[in-house]
Ligand binder design. Sequence first.
Ligand code: NDP
Length: 451
Amino acid sequence: MNNKEKQWVENFMAQIVAKNPNEPEFHQAVREVAESLAENIVADPALQQLKILERIAEPERVIMFRVPWLNDRGEIEINRGFRVQMNSALGPYKGGIRFHASVNLSIMKFLAFEQTFKNSLTTLPMGGGKGGSDFNPKGRSDNEVMRFCQSFITELQRHIGADTDVPAGDIGVGAREIGFMFGQYKRLRDEFTGTFTGKGLDWGGSLLRPEATGYGLCYFTQQMLATRGDSFEGKTVLVSGSGNVAQHACEKATALGAKVVTLSDSSGYIYDADGIDEEKLAYVKLLKNVYRGRIKEYCEKYPSAKYFAGERPWGVKCDIALPCATQNELNGEEAQRLIDNGCKCVAEGANMPSTPEAINIFLTNRILYAPGKASNAGGVATSGLEMSQNSMRIKWTKEEVDEKLHSIMQNIHEVCVKYGSEEDGYVNYVKGANIGGFMKVANAMIAHGCV
Ligand code: NDP
């Protein structure tokens, strides 16, 4: 960036911070995009006059609401619900619902902002949105989760719809929660439509949707590695998290010939030097998805593995790191340790898992680094495919969906290379994803006028 561009970024960010105080995650996500786009925006008076990025950074609508519900002891509990409808230039708002104690407006807005660019990159007709609640499903009975979901949807139903806003899952929201939310939505609205994605396979869900984020992440990583004549074959891989994205990233990386040696949750990580193979992963799925247990229990089942309480996996020697847990889970110090240990590729399954300091270290060291909005877009892309199947009232085979997912991830990779290639041939995927994602949204907004 030259001085003029730097000045533009600082002025732009000063407005964002003043307008959105106490929203650090939102500032972080917007700054990253502003820095990537500075050159294009400073060089284009139309983008400045039409205030395209200023408009993208202002949600079209934010819905915040009370979610009262009864716990198993008959007591009233009150949570806060959110839906941020960020941008509908390319299609209905689309993005997940997160249930986690940490959920607040800043986190919802950063996720909805990122989602807008990610959805654009998929080339499917989807705008950007995100929602959730500070409800913590851990330790709650199925009935409590159901009552919470019903109360949440009783309010949210008036703001969503198959052509308006289509939620999906995210942290703390999987098949069980989507089922409860869809059931209540269907009952209140008296319609069976594709208003949610991630639905069960028997009632409108798409084959491969549960696997899509983790699989897509590995397809994208394959493409990145191929730019250096490399592949997953024989590589040691670190995965963080042990939820939906982590499980399927582990599964696909293993199928592609890599050895995944770590998984984690918010309490610590496990290290299995022998690799988490198909059989061990089947146990993890049972442990996390059915028994809703903790990852440390892995070591009771497989005693040769080690558990590190309160730690993250980034100090383990590896070739490839796939952060798949949550935002800001990999800081500058940990990024440096990855580099020092010979890591050559970091691709994000989670949204914004690397801090700005970490990203800077990856880019400075010229390793392959993919931001989540490019590398984890396979999930929402397959949600887009689920929407198409629902609208057409048909069901594609697993092979058909996988082929489309493959080609979408390949296309996103090509866009990143197109917009992110630097003079020395290094591909800056951050820049590539941000510019590539922005262009389509900007063009649509210009066409739609001042709305
Ligand atoms: P899950 O709820 O299935 O799993 C989340 C995992 O991350 C759990 O292992 C959880 O551990 C861990 N985790 C959550 N919060 C923290 C924290 N503060 N510190 C450390 N670990 C934490 O969620 P998903 O797998 O669906 O989502 C993971 C990430 O991927 C998120 O960033 C999400 O936004 C992103 N993503 C998800 C998509 C999807 O299709 N599901 C699509 C694109 C992105 P614990 O049980 O201890 O909380």
